[in-house]
Design a binder for this molecule. Structure first.
Ligand SMILES: O=C(O)c1ccc(O)c(O)c1
Ligand SMILES: [Mg+2]
Length: 632
């Protein structure tokens, strides 16, 4: 259960299952109330009074009944029928214990757009609602026939000027149409009957289709929901913030997962909005990740030795051994890899589930105590071995695929290494690979968790999302989302797929959860790096000649450079400003995880997305079925 703020609500349409399952999931996650979505009630075997009893048992308020469609501006007999329908809903709301109803702007082909008529309709229904103790909230659907902008809905509500008629703001409808958030300043806070929130990926498509299939939680898309909420709070509105998410993934995801993420996303967006308008907030501010300090692999016995050799061929040198544990430290420039071969503890448990794998990362932050406090406020669990977190040299949070994120204060880094490890002068790695630091970490997660992990990084550390990419694996589509700190010093990509034979899917099948599949290292001279690795016999990924022939056609690069790239297996991309990006891949260790070397020039900010398909096709040649004799 996440720590509950009293003002979080969720529409039942956002969750999978029967109405009972939806309500239980909302309660367990810590929501204070729900919006009952009409279809969920109609399809339910529970009578309205039973729903009410269940809500009471679960400690949930019924904050809204919705939607009521095609009410305003109806001519003739249709008007009378709209009023009769409304009265029937008021009776139902009595049974449910709901005191407000959402009336969405009409899409009816017969609806009239004349302002006075619409105002009269709301005034008349407002009188009836008042006698029943009900509040009407008017929401402008982005595709409404005459009213599709909250500014018009507000003009109507203002003109109606009735104590039981207010406006409902829904971030999707406003932001999908690029209506400026500051237009909310014209609205009086006590006239806002309810607030619905949804984010969405920035897609250029029909508004209704976009809304009904692609909405997601604040912090999972590209809309300025923070700015939207900030303007609402500025009006003085202090009612609930409610999630109304129509999303194809959420319809099949576990309701528990979506509800838990939902609470987290509301807490996150409320905090972010308050910061925008300098209102006090209970949550510590997000601490940016300054950099990834280390990547920890779990491996034992022969695997640990083979992994160390693999690191050495890629330019890492064994520089330290843990003073008390079977843990070694490998370094190249500012990159630290750790191999944990302990027979007990977290790494060993992770190994039992996932085999030899990346089991943790360590990140440098300015103030780890603040990160831990923010994580707690967001319901993100800290790792506590056998309930004794005090014994940990480094605190850690649960992260992607059950791995850990260790937190290290920037000023304690060197001391920590010196305290925990004694220096060795073991195997020297390849000289001249010259990786300087970690560019990014790439995780593969189950499709159900694709949006969850985005929210995690954005809410906890304030990472920013780049535009999502669809990457073509020979066996299917892979969704990829890059997230990074504002200065680009820490980057992760989250990858997921529905297609069962893709490299990502095969990585997932290997263990029982997601995890990090590759680590990208920055080099300042990728040609020298590639040559040094070649000279030492590192196993690198060959790239087909067709690729480099195409490069020559696409970019204005000199022939000698392209010939060298072809020889060394280097990939290239360029942004629209001509900034270049070079990539070089190692062969995967046991066909599982691999390294990438990259060089960024002139502020290239992407990840070589156009090359991902070529890389996946190249890696696919080594899939177990295709070449059973291939090693590494
Ligand atoms: O897609 C719809 O019809 C619909 C219904 C009710 C809402 O509150 C909404 O935002 C959209
Ligand atoms: Mg809505």
């Amino acid at each position: 259960m996440s720590p509950t703020l009293p003002q979080n609500a969720i529409a039942t349409v956002s969750l999978r299952g029967t109405l009972e399952e939806k309500l239980k999931a909302a309660a367990v996650a810590g929501f204070a109330g729900v919006e009952i979505f009409e279809n969920d009630l109609i399809g339910s075997a529970l009578a309205p009074y039973e729903v009410r009893a269940m809500l009471d048992d679960l400690g949930l308020a019924c904050m809204l009944y919705q939607p009521f469609r095609d009410f305003e501006g109806m001519p003739g007999d249709l008007r009378r029928r709209a009023f009769d329908r409304a009265k029937a809903k008021f009776d139902l709301m009595d049974e449910l214990g709901a005191d407000r109803i959402l009336i969405c702007s009409s899409c009816h082909p017969a609806a009239l757009g004349e302002r006075e008529r619409i105002v009269d309709d709301f005034r008349e229904l407002g009188d009836i609602a008042q006698q029943r103790g009900i509040i009407l909230g008017y929401e402008a659907l982005a595709w409404g026939r005459h009213v599709n902008d909250h500014r018009d809905a507000w003009a109507i509500v203002e003109a109606v000027d009735h104590p039981h008629v207010g406006i409902i703001l829904d971030s999707f409808h406003s932001l999908s149409r690029n209506i400026p958030n500051d237009s909310i300043r014209a609205i009086t806070g006590d006239k806002i009957a309810f607030v619905q929130l949804a984010d969405a990926p920035l897609l250029d498509m029909d508004l209704l289709y976009w809304s009904r299939h692609f909405r997601n939680l604040p912090g999972q898309g590209g809309l300025d929901v923070e700015g939207f909420v900030a303007e609402i709070l500025r009006t003085g509105y202090d009612g609930p913030l409610s999630l109304e998410i129509f999303n194809d993934r959420f319809r099949s995801n576990a309701a528990r997962l979506v509800a838990e993420d939902g609470c987290r996303s509301l807490d996150y967006v409320r905090d972010a909005a308050k910061r925008l308008i300098d209102q006090p907030t209970d949550m510590p501010a997000p601490q940016p990740v300054l950099s990834a300090e280390f990547v920890e692999f779990t491996a034992d016995g022969r695997d640990a030795a083979r992994l160390g050799s693999n690191f050495a061929t890629l330019g890492f040198t064994l520089v330290g051994e843990h003073r008390h544990k079977k843990v070694t430290r490998w370094r190249q420039g500012g990159v630290n890899l750790v191999i944990n071969a302990e027979p007990k503890g977290f790494a060993s448990a992770y190994r039992a589930a996932q085999g030899t794998a990346i089991c943790a990362i360590g990140v440098r932050v300015k103030d780890k105590a603040a990160v831990l406090a923010r994580a707690a406020a967001l319901g993100i669990k800290a790792y506590s071995p056998e309930g004794r977190p005090g014994r940990l040299a480094m605190p850690a949070l649960r992260g992607v695929g059950g791995s850990l994120v260790y937190l290290i204060d920037a000023d304690e880094v060197e001391g920590l290494w010196a305290r925990e490890f004694h220096a060795t002068d073991g195997d020297a790695g390849v000289v001249g690979a010259d990786a300087r630091s970690i560019d990014h970490l790439a995780a593969v997660v189950h499709n159900d968790e694709f949006l969850s992990w985005q929210l995690y990084w954005r809410a906890l550390f304030g990472l920013e999302a780049r535009a999502a990419q669809d990457v073509i694996d020979p066996s299917g589509l892979v969704h990829s989302q890059a997230l990074q700190s504002a200065d680009g010093a820490f980057r992760v990509t989250i990858n997921a797929t529905d297609a069962r034979e893709t490299l990502s899917a095969r990585f997932l099948d290997h263990g029982i959860g997601g995890g990090y599949q590759h680590v990208a290292l920055i080099t300042d001279d990728i040609f020298a790096t590639a040559q040094a690795l070649r000279d030492e016999g590192a196993a690198m990924l060959d790239i087909p000649v067709n690729y480099h022939a195409d490069l020559a056609a696409r970019f204005d690069l000199d022939d000698a450079m392209i010939a060298r790239m072809a020889d060394l297996g280097i990939l290239y991309d360029e942004d629209s400003d001509g900034a270049g990006f070079w990539q070089l891949y190692s062969r995967a260790f046991d066909k599982l995880f691999f390294f990438e070397f990259v060089q960024r020039a002139n502020g290239y900010a992407g990840y070589g997305a156009p090359n991902a398909g070529v890389r996946l096709a190249a890696q696919n040649r080594f899939r177990p079925e295709a070449t059973p004799t291939a090693t590494l």
